[in-house]
Design a protein around this ligand. Structure first.
Ligand code: GLA
Length: 345
């Protein structure tokens, strides 16, 4: 039997953020988990074309390597082109992409795709380098100045654990997910037009607040009185209070206090809705509906916002069919990191 190292299967999970949104680029805290929905790429390395078929789009893209410009059509292929560009990939690849993640819905479908592509193409480096490469690729592909929440969740995912991430100290601490907590994700039905510009605006508002009061993650709410613009102050208040909620949520999760955990998720949603203004009426309604169901401890929007998914923490069995609300919903489990397998021929 000969061993060929050019046939590969790469898999990268998506993530759901349990609490701590729009804190990563402000050097704050978040508590996401990698999930058992993700992107799988299978194919062969070699040749001088990067050729990918997307099962989800029922379409194919082919581009000669090396790639010089990632701004190509179809637009889904830009993520792959950007990764190949960042990797300075000199050899081609012929394969297919299949994904169980809803696209652009707050579950990190783009970071998952970028990381799966990088592994399939032969990325060779540390997890940290992989996360940074995917972050640069996102910017190259679609110009979104994202933080590292999605990429860290994907490359450092741990089976059965959420991850407490400190984006200032760059530490990632696995936190066991208690068996008595079921995590469900429900699509709001609102397709996120990845409000790249609204995202960049929120980030700029946080940077402008930090230029007045210093690193937001080390501020108290009282420190924010020094900010005169009420909109900038509200954005900053979200980041400051959200980081506190992440600390509290991690502590109650460790104590298996599901109802306190749920209450913090509800507070987080209100802060994202009112102070950060990244929710939508449909997402708000879904949160209200889910939290009215007996056994649901709490619910909130997850990810960048502007539509997409809601995450809820529930007593096992309290929601039998998460897809019954809008046609798209999933029970998700905390999963392991992105990986690549070299196949034997
Ligand atoms: C998107 C970005 C992340 C993070 C979240 C909000 O998912 O890619 O870096 O900012 O939004 O928490």
């Amino acid at each position: 039997m000969t061993r060929t190292t050019n046939s590969v299967v790469a898999h990268a999970p998506g993530r759901v953020n349990l609490i701590g949104d729009h804190t990563d680029y402000a050097g704050g805290l978040a508590l996401p988990m990698a999930i058992d929905l993700g992107t799988t790429i299978s194919g062969r390395r070699g040749g001088d074309l990067l050729r990918l078929r997307s099962e989800q789009f029922d379409a194919q893209a082919a581009m000669p390597v090396p790639i010089h410009d990632a701004h190509i059509e179809p637009s889904w292929a830009r993520y792959a082109a950007a990764v190949a560009l960042e990797l300075q990939c000199m050899q081609g690849f012929d394969g297919s992409i299949s994904s169980t993640l809803p696209l652009g819905a707050g579950l990190s479908s783009s970071a998952s795709l970028e990381i799966a592509v990088a592994l399939a193409l032969g990325f060779d480096g540390t997890e940290m380098e992989l996360a940074l490469l995917a972050q640069r690729s996102e910017f190259t592909a679609v110009g979104v100045p994202c933080g590292l929440l999605d990429q860290f969740s994907c490359v450092f995912g741990r089976d059965g654990h959420a991850l407490l991430i400190d984006f200032d100290a760059t530490t990632i601490e696995p936190v066991p997910m208690p068996d008595e907590l079921e995590i469900i994700v429900v699509h709001s039905g609102v397709e996120r037009t990845l409000a790249g510009s609204a995202y960049a605006e929120r980030r700029a508002a946080c940077e402008s607040a930090a230029s007045i009061v210093g690193a937001l993650a080390s501020c108290s709410v009282d420190d924010l009185h020094a900010i005169s613009d009420p909109m900038i102050r509200r954005r900053a208040r979200h980041v400051v209070t959200e980081c506190d909620r992440v600390v509290d949520a991690t502590s109650v999760l460790r104590d298996h206090d599901a109802s306190a955990f749920g209450a913090l998720m509800n507070d987080s949603h209100r802060s994202l809705r009112d102070d950060f203004e990244v929710s939508t009426p449909e997402v708000d309604e879904l949160v209200i509906h889910l939290t009215s169901i007996p056994g649901v401890h709490g619910a909130r929007m997850t990810g960048a916002g502007f539509g997409g998914c809601v995450v809820a923490a529930c007593e096992p069995g309290s929601i039998v069919d998460p897809s019954s609300f809008t046609g798209r919903g999933w029970k998700v489990r905390a999963s392991g990191p992105a990986r690549v397998e070299l196949l034997e021929a």
